[in-house]
Design a protein around this ligand. Structure first.
Ligand code: ADP
Ligand code: LRH
Length: 497
């Protein structure tokens, strides 16, 4: 009694996974439940080549193919597949449709200093007004500008720019498309006018013909190509452009109680914000450096990128280099046993973007700000988790001011909610409940768009009801709000905000 089966690829900066989603009818007359089954997972490890950091795009393609093959081998017959990935990054195709070079990783240092340079050249207000986007060094515009400055010959011969999910779809179907939610992460898309910002492209020296007209999330791209079907020995299935920016897929799956809610997508990055019907291009949004990102179902998401669990991932990697292997659950245990509020950092200090040694960089921050320097792993981890929770409070309060709303609590979704200590700290820091779940929100949002495209779910609200029925939420309540309010004062002092 499956009424629909789809395959979702959710590729984050730390790992990619393939999940089968099925709407299963329990009893006749009752609404169906969504079941999700992970069939494939793979690490996503960047590759340094010379001075540049790249994605291993060919490996990602191979793993997507492996996921498709495994789905059929396991006996599933998905009617479609969708891909969501992190934002901003892209590949360039030549006139014969071949990939030019190896796509850059957004943490490649080539964009250092370019926010300031383009602000000077074009004006910070203008850039914000015409894109609605948070100024982040890795936005597509800065990556392309870095290539222009370096005189990259690739831009001279490139015919088409495809953002990562579109690039993978192109390899699998032969169809070139540009999906809307990804387009809005480039800073070259005019969020107010809802068109590509061609005048800006021309001013920068970029050819507007590189950028295809955006298509809406939920559009059928085509089908798996004959070659891919032959290679994988699978039947051809439909490729759906979902809300292919992972953050937007996750936002589309938040099981909120009302239409007015705040959420935190918690993974490598932490994206905190709320859903609006259009981009909010007010000077205050610029002042607080928030983003308006295009979302599923005609929404815009007013949100802020927060450095997130990347900081923890990098400490883990650093300790592993020193022979200390800790799993995430072990890390959480060590933090739990460590002394509270011993030292705090500003997670969004740019020094944490991609330092050679994250552990040493945290130590340096604490030293410079006159705090005790963490010594044990537990002290470092506690410092990161407490600082993130306090940053969440700060950004939640800013979101409320900008949106002119107040929120009863915060919905947390994504892989990071497996860290129950972080969920608890967040509830404490915001002094309100946290509703945590589902973990695989991006994959679930990806599935919802496929179900809508296939006619199995009629609209957004029906999709949200399906998620709410199918996945239980964990609730965390604040227990010591006074202690956390005092810590917040210390955090504000240290971060100077
Ligand atoms: P992304 O999609 O950006 O790759 P995820 O949503 O998969 O990221 O979240 C990855 C993060 O989730 C890790 O950085 C880690 O901090 C956290 N995490 C994953 N598994 C666990 C676990 N078992 N316990 C605690 N935290 C976890
Ligand atoms: C989170 C995310 C975020 C982007 C960043 C590059 O995975 O997509 O929304 O800003 O990666």
């Amino acid at each position: 009694n499956n009424t629909a089966t789809v395959l979702a690829f959710d590729i984050g900066a730390s790992s990619g996974r393939a999940l089968i989603g099925q709407i299963v009818q329990q009893n006749s007359g009752e609404p169906g439940l969504l079941t999700i089954t992970e069939i494939h997972r793979f690490p996503n490890i960047p590759v340094q080549i010379g001075n540049h950091l790249h994605w291993d795009t060919v490996m990602l393609l191979q793993e997507v193919k492996n996921g498709i093959r495994k789905a059929f081998q396991a006996g599933y017959t998905p009617e479609s597949y969708g891909i969501d990935t992190w934002g901003v990054d892209f590949g360039l195709l030549d006139s014969q449709g071949e990939l030019l070079g190896i796509p850059y990783h957004y943490r490649d240092p080539q964009t250092e200093g370019l926010i300031e340079e383009l602000n000077e050249k074009l004006g910070r207000e203008r850039l914000f007004q015409e894109s609605g986007l948070q100024f982040m060094p890795f936005n597509t515009i800065y990556q392309l500008y870095a290539m222009l400055k370096a005189g990259s010959p690739k831009l001279d011969i490139a015919e088409t720019l495809l953002l990562t999910p579109d690039l993978l779809h192109y390899f699998l179907t032969g169809e070139k498309v540009c999906e809307f939610t990804m387009a809005t992460t480039t800073q070259l898309y005019d969020a107010g006018q809802n068109v590509w910002n061609k005048p800006l492209m021309k001013e920068l020296g970029l050819s507007p013909s590189l950028f295809l007209d955006p298509i809406e999330p939920g559009t059928v791209i085509g089908t798996l190509s004959e070659e891919v079907c032959r290679e994988l020995k699978v039947p051809s299935i439909k490729a759906i452009a979902v809300a292919s920016h992972d953050t937007e897929s996750a936002a589309a799956a938040v099981p909120a109680h009302s239409t007015d809610f705040a959420y935190l997508v918690c993974g490598t990055w932490s994206l905190l914000g709320t859903e609006l019907s259009e981009a909010l291009l007010l000077p205050e949004v610029l002042e607080h450096n928030f983003s308006n990102e295009g979302g599923a179902f005609g929404t815009f998401q007013l949100l802020k990128n927060i450095m997130g669990l990347w900081i923890l991932q990098e400490c883990k990697r650093r300790w592993e280099l020193n022979g200390v292997n800790l799993s995430f659950p072990e890390m959480v245990k060590l933090a739990e046993a460590a002394e509270p509020f011993r030292s705090l950092i500003d997670p969004d200090d740019l020094r944490f973007m991609n330092p050679a040694d994250m552990v040493e960089t945290i130590a340096e921050y604490c030293r410079e700000s006159g705090q005790l320097v963490p010594e044990t792993e537990g002290q470092f981890i506690r410092c990161i988790l407490e600082s993130l929770a306090l940053r969440y409070r700060e950004v939640l309060e800013k979101t409320e001011v900008l949106a002119g709303r107040s929120y009863a609590g915060l919905h947390m979704v994504g892989g990071g909610i497996q860290n129950e200590l972080l969920c608890r700290f967040t509830a404490e820091a915001i002094g309100r409940p946290v509703w945590a779940g589902p973990i695989e929100a991006s994959a679930i949002g990806n599935m919802l768009l496929q179900f809508v495209a296939g006619g199995h779910v009629q609209h957004k609200e029906e999709g949200i009801e399906l998620v709410k029925r199918s996945f239980p939420l964990a609730v965390y309540h604040p227990e010591t709000p006074e202690l956390w309010s005092a810590a917040f004062q210390k955090y504000v002092q240290i971060t100077g905000r």
